[in-house]
Design a protein around this ligand. Structure first.
Ligand code: ADP
Length: 270
């Protein structure tokens, strides 16, 4: 619990700091790109056709646009967007993402979606949940440069008192679990210990921001849920998002319902 608190305070502080910097930086970038644009137009208007000057300005503009895209991601991360939770069928939400996911994964990674008949409903901010799943899928893709399989699977899960005793931040109860599994390179013990830290990345500059799993963590916690990661080097990674079941007024919990959490082969976990 103490660890969870420290984590959320850190996120809060980092969020405020990044928000401020990203905002100012974005304003400055507007000046830079605006002036590049003006210089290009001025050259054109003067009838100057210097390919080297043109290329230099184009490159500067591209750099500026990439920097702007990065500051927008930082702003989106730092903004404590209030969630807009709605009753949600996680299987439908995942199915609705399959085209987007297929396109994002490229040719060498195949996508498997395993739905769960009788899946409970959850109450979730659908945009944020889609973002979280997309972040996990992109991480999975990056972990499988040689290709592989990305599996997204759902299930009803009951986290009991025993489980909660070991994980002080988790309330016992009924959850829907969404598990994202890849057959990629996995994580070292050191990486696994730090994955939720904002800005922690092992990817090269320009490829990773280190904010993907921070978003997943922040969103899940804010939704009353829980994230677990299982990873083994050279075998792959499973990220499980647990989101609380939506029990509407008057609905009675069925007595003998099939409840199974998803199997995870014995892997190192967070
Ligand atoms: P980013 O993807 O921008 O680096 P994340 O917060 O999403 O930021 O991930 C942090 C780090 O966790 C990654 O740089 C990578 O080292 C590790 N990681 C995350 N997901 C996976 C995965 N599916 N397989 C292997 N490593 C992963």
């Amino acid at each position: 619990a103490e660890e969870a608190l420290r984590q959320s305070q850190k996120m809060e502080a980092v969020g405020q700091l990044t928000g401020g910097i990203a905002h100012d930086f974005n304003n400055l970038l507007t000046i830079v790109t605006g002036n590049i644009d003006m210089a290009s137009r001025a050259l054109e208007a003067a009838g100057v056709n210097d390919p080297r000057a043109r290329r230099a300005l184009d490159n500067a503009m591209k750099g500026g646009e990439r920097a702007a895209a990065l500051t927008h991601r930082l702003l989106a991360f730092s903004r404590r967007q209030p969630l807009a939770p709605k009753p949600t069928d996680a299987d439908r939400l995942v199915a609705g993402m399959s085209d987007l996911l297929g396109r994002s994964l490229g040719e060498t990674v195949s996508l498997e979606i395993v739905t769960s008949p009788g899946l409970w409903r959850i109450e979730a901010d659908q945009n944020q949940l889609e973002n979280a799943i997309l972040n996990l899928a992109l991480n999975a893709r990056d972990a499988m440069p040689q290709g592989g399989t990305l599996t997204i699977e759902t299930a009803n899960a009951r986290l009991g008192d025993e489980y909660s005793a070991q994980h002080a931040e988790v309330a016992p109860g009924q959850y829907v679990v969404i598990a994202v599994t890849d057959t990629g390179e996995g994580m070292t013990r050191e990486t696994l210990a730090r994955v939720f830290e904002p800005f922690f990345t092992t990817k090269e500059v320009g490829r990773g921001t280190g904010l993907g799993l921070s978003q997943v963590y922040g969103f899940t916690k804010q939704s009353g849920g829980h994230v677990k990661i299982y990873s083994e080097e050279n075998q792959g990674t499973t990220v499980k998002i647990y989101l609380p079941r939506l029990v509407s007024d008057g609905e009675v919990e069925p007595a003998a319902e099939q409840v199974t959490d998803l199997e995870t082969s014995p892997r190192r976990e967070t």
